[in-house]
Design a protein around this ligand. Structure first.
Ligand code: NAD
Length: 280
């Protein structure tokens, strides 16, 4: 069994990006943080630190949880026309009174480095990955597979979890690479009947120990996107790592697998945006 080391690959990519950023006059990423959710604050500070290390200027716009949809849209529109900003990211989740899809649709697709705008999603589904931004987490999974020479072509893949930000773009990326893709979600009956035949299993649900050893075939490739905090404070994924790793051929750890790749891909998308700006 081989551990897919996302931390190592992410460090390598971040170093390469740092060298690349030096060749630009300026690269900037703006992050809008609404409210004071602890997890969101932590993610934003991690992104800010990663930007600083790569030489990318980060702009943080903090808004109170009482901000109106109208006010939030006005902030996004300001960033859309700010020449110093190559990438715009609205940290999710947003408060309930705000329509998330509406806010994302206001971001200029050319600055949508999260890849959540419907224009970018459409391009991804149409197989135009080079000309769009792809959601960072699934893109990071693909880079990790590539690093270990795992080609999804012709393989049976199962994506467990069908969110707009992970599961659905993940399925599109695999399909674009000629994998046969099954997408499972909360209403899937008999999850095991899908996972047991998979050559590649990608799990993005948010439920500790959802995938157990009896659900996978020998030598399956297992990618665990999930992040769960146990009552004892330990961070685990969605896969029963100890048992599943005895059967899998490749597996990602949590932490140290997909998580670091997500941040590396955010920086990579921001540099891609700067390149696209300059090439115009
Ligand atoms: P989400 O809540 O938006 O979506 C969860 C999906 O799982 C849904 O499609 C739902 O139908 C499905 N699901 C729920 N219970 C299920 C079950 N019992 N069986 C099969 N499917 C089930 O979550 P998300 O934003 O896609 O995130 C999923 C997980 O990935 C979370 O743990 C999140 O923290 C983690 N995550 C990690 C990274 C990273 O960088 N590692 C990035 C994004 C999300």
């Amino acid at each position: 069994m081989i551990i897919l080391d996302g931390k190592k690959l992410a460090d390598k990519i971040r170093n390469e990006l740092k060298a690349e950023v030096k060749m630009f006059d300026h690269v900037g990423l703006a992050v809008i943080l609404v409210g004071d959710d602890d997890a969101s604050r932590l993610y934003v500070s991690m992104k800010k630190k990663a930007c600083e290390e790569a030489g990318i200027e980060s702009f943080e716009i903090k808004l109170p949880s009482t901000v109106t949809e109208h006010e939030l849209i006005a902030e996004v529109e300001k960033l859309n026309i700010n020449n110093k900003v190559d990438g715009i990211l609205v940290q999710l989740p947003l408060p309930k009174h705000i329509n998330t899809a509406k806010i994302i649709s206001v971001i200029d697709p050319k600055k949508d480095v999260d890849g959540f705008h419907h224009v970018n999603i459409g391009s991804l589904v149409a197989g135009m990955e080079d000309n769009c931004f792809v959601s960072c987490t699934p893109l990071g999974v693909i880079k990790l597979l590539e690093e270990y020479n795992i080609d999804p072509k012709g393989k049976n893949s199962v994506v467990v979890g069908a969110s707009n930000i992970v599961g659905k773009p993940m399925a599109s990326l695999l399909l674009n690479r000629n994998s046969t893709v099954d997408i499972c979600h909360i209403y899937t009956q008999d999850l095991k009947s899908h996972t047991i035949n998979a050559d590649i299993i990608i799990v993005a649900v948010g439920k500790a120990n959802l995938i157990t050893a009896d659900m996978i075939k020998n030598d399956a490739i297992v990618i665990d996107v999930g992040i769960n905090k146990l009552p004892n404070g330990k961070i685990v994924g969605d896969v029963d790592f100890d048992e599943v790793s005895t059967k899998a051929s490749y597996i990602t750890p949590v932490p140290g697998g997909v998580g670091p790749m997500t941040i590396a891909m955010l920086l990579s998308n921001t540099v891609k945006s700067a390149k696209m700006r300059l090439s115009k």
